[in-house]
Ligand binder design. Structure first.
Ligand code: GYE
Length: 310
């Protein structure tokens, strides 16, 4: 609530802030939980007058259009969860010229454009990749012919680039010898993850594959269907790592179909509202605020499942 009396300056008082949020889409349980968290936090927060929410259906063009509309609407703050890392210079310069600060939520953009946003609140995707790689390095330490399939997230997105980089950097650092049998994008969706896994299975079979590293739950769950339809046992005939940690992902873990889960936490709505208000008030904020998250192996799946929020 806005204090009475000499609450001078700042945007905490008056009518509250007008915020535009260009969200990625609705491609995963993670994303839906993230949208719900941000909307609920904005609704509950008296400092926020209105959140204009745009679902860009995983298309950068739609996000660029949304930002231009937000500029026309003279919002106080723009929040962008960029689908991909590149191609933002022009539209973010337009926001800058209009004097509207931009906050990145969740995904990041290329370093060259670092000056065009104030701060990013989200996960450390490189660290997530390292966590996945550390488990793989331990699990397959004795394997003299360690063979990997990778299902990458959306091509050019920060989590796909960083989860890949962190994972293989960890294996390389630990001196693990491995072969990447194939690595393709499944665009973070269950349908595409399943389709790509079907192609992997028909091209390579599963006999010589040790591990599937899926950059999110949905692609892993789609791949599990493809593996089962091919008459094989996910989690046993091929080990599987997923990232996010949705209820469905943990259930697959409890069912023995997933071997390792790296958590990615979408519930940063309240934290985001605080950052929005700080930025609108011109306070200095860190360039990056990481969201806290953990890792889970098979011994923890059952106990953790009831705690999952999405
Ligand atoms: O892991 C995936 C979603 O950007 C961290 O996007 C997010 C990722 C998340 O589609 O499920």
């Amino acid at each position: 609530a806005c204090g009475d009396g000499d609450d001078s300056g700042g945007d905490g008082g008056g009518d509250g802030l007008l915020v535009g949020f260009a969200q990625v889409g609705a491609e995963s349980a993670w994303r839906t939980a993230n949208s719900d968290s941000v909307k609920a936090a904005a609704d509950a927060d008296e400092r926020i007058a209105e959140l204009k929410f745009v679902d860009a259906q995983q298309e950068q063009e739609k996000q660029i259009d949304a930002i231009r509309t937000f500029i026309t609407q003279k919002v106080d703050v723009i929040v962008l969860a960029p689908v991909v890392e590149t191609g933002w210079t022009e539209v973010l310069e337009e926001a800058e010229q209009a004097g509207i600060p931009v906050i990145l939520a969740d995904r990041g953009i290329e370093e060259a454009d670092e000056d065009l946003y104030v701060t990013r609140l989200g996960s450390d995707f490189v660290a997530e990749g390292h966590s996945a790689g550390a488990w793989a390095a331990t699990t397959f330490a004795a394997d003299t012919d360690f063979r990997i399939l990778e299902l990458q997230g959306t091509t050019g997105s920060a989590p796909a680039n960083d989860r890949k980089a962190g994972f293989f950097d960890e294996l390389d650092t630990q001196g693990v010898a491995y072969t990447i049998v194939d690595s393709q994008t499944g665009n973070f969706t269950k349908e595409e993850g399943k389709a790509v896994m079907e192609t992997f299975i028909s091209t390579y079979g599963l006999e010589d594959i040790d591990l599937l590293y899926a950059h999110n739950d949905e692609m892993g769950l789609g791949a599990i269907q493809a593996i089962e339809e091919a008459g094989k046992a996910p989690g046993t005939d091929i080990q599987i790592i997923i990232v996010d940690g949705s209820k469905a992902g943990f259930q697959a873990g409890v069912d023995g179909k997933v071997n390792y889960i790296v958590e990615c936490n979408p519930a940063f709505g309240e934290q985001l509202m605080d950052v929005i208000v700080q930025v609108a008030d011109g306070e200095s904020v860190e360039k990056f605020t990481p969201v806290e998250e953990g890792v889970f192996d098979a011994s923890q799946f059952e106990a953790e499942l009831p705690n999952r929020q999405f």
